[in-house]
Write a protein that binds this ligand. Structure first.
Ligand code: ADP
Length: 499
């Protein structure tokens, strides 16, 4: 069992060549070319259909977490900039968007979807450079699903009355939308597409560490000829987000991010007329029963927590294995972990890319220390990590107590805690014993067990014999401290309507 300090030291020295002596194939590098990604040296704020210099006169750098190199400089919006964006959104709402026939609105949303598809490669490369996730993920998951969200909600725009038969429905007005760094383009699509389909206008702020694909989306929106002011995209950090939340002329706040900030936002809008949806943290349980197809289950667990560096609020970060198959599952997990490639996110062979930021990397290391201090056993693969950038090997913790902080708190990194169980009731109780309730996974051969668990688990999404599958038609959202409101599907429409 490697101690943390030893592991960190080894990582720095890049010892133990990957897969050495294991008989596994080493792949030649297959990096995606950056040449098709056009990134400006500097980005202003996208307000009223134009890129405008910030009144704050301030800019900040966005870096590539895999190389620690600066990629671009982006504007930092202050309260006056937020006010400009909200005024543009209000004006566009009153004069154009709320009056436009729904089928015309749909055409713009379709056009944006098509343009995302046309520029998919560029968007995927920029997503990977700015956020650190493997190109395979951004190319095959983030970008296509983002386009699909626009397609899906374009379809609803002129059919809203069918969604709410015999009800009077109306749009809300201006939506303020604040998104995190784990799925920058996809979260922007999740927020913007339903807002536009229901006739609202938007002020959106991406996270400070991953602003670039949202700004590329602003370029697409500009080229799509969407009327100026219908979508405004402004960059900045927490203070910019707070200025959006506190702006008096915003009708709806949609937030995805940490539970701590979610609580601040909920307090800030209490007593106002603002409608709110919050999609917050998670500590999902992935449950393997002894009758499950074990290889498939292990692959699903790996997909659920290690691909994408565990930077997913619905990451299956707690594994519960039925006692009779614990040893074999643990061995299969370790064998599979040994084959995972950690490194250059732009390389198509890479399974685990860069941790999004130094701050996040430090936070994960803090939890590794807590885990060891709490008496859990840590296991890490001995892989070579790049010398620069924020990387860490996939990590397992066994001998984890139910009350342990690593089993209770969201780590948001490639760290999996493993516990055992004997009966259905025991695992349901253990899985539900967390302040969160966003998602869960069940692996079993028996349909009856799946139904028993899906009805008793306090989680917004329960995947059965699969994990981390997303579709624009399925609603997504949490219970308890994971937030409220649903995004996606028919449910996602009502978040932007008075019904
Ligand atoms: P994460 O831990 O995923 O980074 P955060 O909740 O810190 O989550 O950030 C999510 C988004 O919320 C980011 O766009 C961030 O800039 C924004 N944000 C941070 N603090 C505040 C705040 N007090 N009010 C509004 N938005 C905020």
């Amino acid at each position: 069992m490697a101690s943390i300090s030893k592991t960190i030291k080894k990582n720095k020295q890049s010892v133990a060549p990957l897969l050495e002596g294991s008989g596994m194939i080493e792949y030649a590098p297959a990096p995606e070319s950056k040449s098709s990604a056009k990134i400006n040296a500097k980005y202003d704020l996208f307000i009223n259909g134009k890129f405008e210099k910030p009144l704050s006169k301030k800019y900040f750098d966005t870096i590539n977490p895999a190389t620690e190199e600066k990629i671009s400089t982006v504007a930092e919006a202050n309260a006056a900039d937020v006010d400009r964006a909200v005024k543009a959104a209000r004006n566009a709402y009153n004069k154009v968007w709320s009056k436009m026939p729904a089928k015309e609105r749909a055409k713009y949303i379709y056009r944006i979807a098509r343009m995302i598809q046309e520029r998919a490669r560029e968007l995927a490369i920029i997503e990977t450079m700015d956020g650190g996730k493997p190109i395979r993920e951004s190319r095959d998951i983030d970008v296509p699903i983002a386009a699909n969200h626009f397609f899906y909600y374009a379809g609803w725009a002129d059919k809203l009355q069918y969604a709410y038969p015999n009800k009077k429905i109306e749009s809300l007005g201006v939506a303020g939308q604040i998104i995190p760094w784990n799925f920058p383009l996809l979260m922007a699509a999740w927020k913007i597409a339903p807002a536009l389909a229901t006739g609202n206008t938007v002020v959106l702020k991406p996270a400070e560490t991953t602003p670039l694909t949202a700004l590329k989306l602003a370029e697409i929106i500009q080229e799509s000829d969407l009327p100026p002011g219908v979508v405004n995209i402004i960059t900045g950090a927490g203070a910019t987000g707070a200025a959006i939340v506190n702006h008096p002329d915003i009708n709806k706040i949609a937030f995805t991010g940490s539970t701590d900030v979610g609580k601040i936002i909920q307090r800030a809008v209490a007593g106002t007329n603002k409608k709110i949806t919050l999609e917050l943290g998670g500590k999902a349980a992935n449950i393997i029963f002894d009758d499950a197809p074990l290889d498939q289950a292990v692959e699903g667990v790996i997909n659920g927590i290690f691909f994408n560096q565990g930077h997913v609020c619905c990451a299956g970060s707690r594994l519960f294995v039925q006692e009779s198959v614990y040893k074999i599952v643990l061995q299969k997990l370790k064998d599979r972990l040994a084959t995972l490639i950690v490194g250059d996110p732009l390389d198509k062979n890479t399974d685990i890319g860069a941790i999004n930021s130094k701050q996040q990397m430090d936070n994960i290391h803090k939890y590794l220390k807590i885990g060891e201090k709490e008496g859990a056993e840590m296991y890490q693969t001995q892989c070579i990590l790049p010398k620069k950038g924020f990387f860490m090997p996939p990590t397992l913790f066994t001998n984890v107590a139910q009350s342990s902080r690593i089993a209770q708190e969201e780590i948001f990194g490639p760290v999996l805690t493993i516990q055992t169980f004997r009966t259905d009731d025991e695992v349901i109780e253990k899985a539900n014993n967390t302040p969160y309730g966003l998602s869960a996974g069940v692996w079993t051969d028996k349909g009856s067990k799946i139904f028993n668990l899906t009805t008793k688990m306090r989680a917004g999404v329960v995947w059965a014999n699969t994990y981390n599958k997303f579709d624009p038609t399925s609603p997504f959202g949490g219970y308890k401290e994971s937030g409220f409101g649903r995004e996606g599907g028919l449910h996602g429409l009502s978040a932007y309507l008075n019904v």
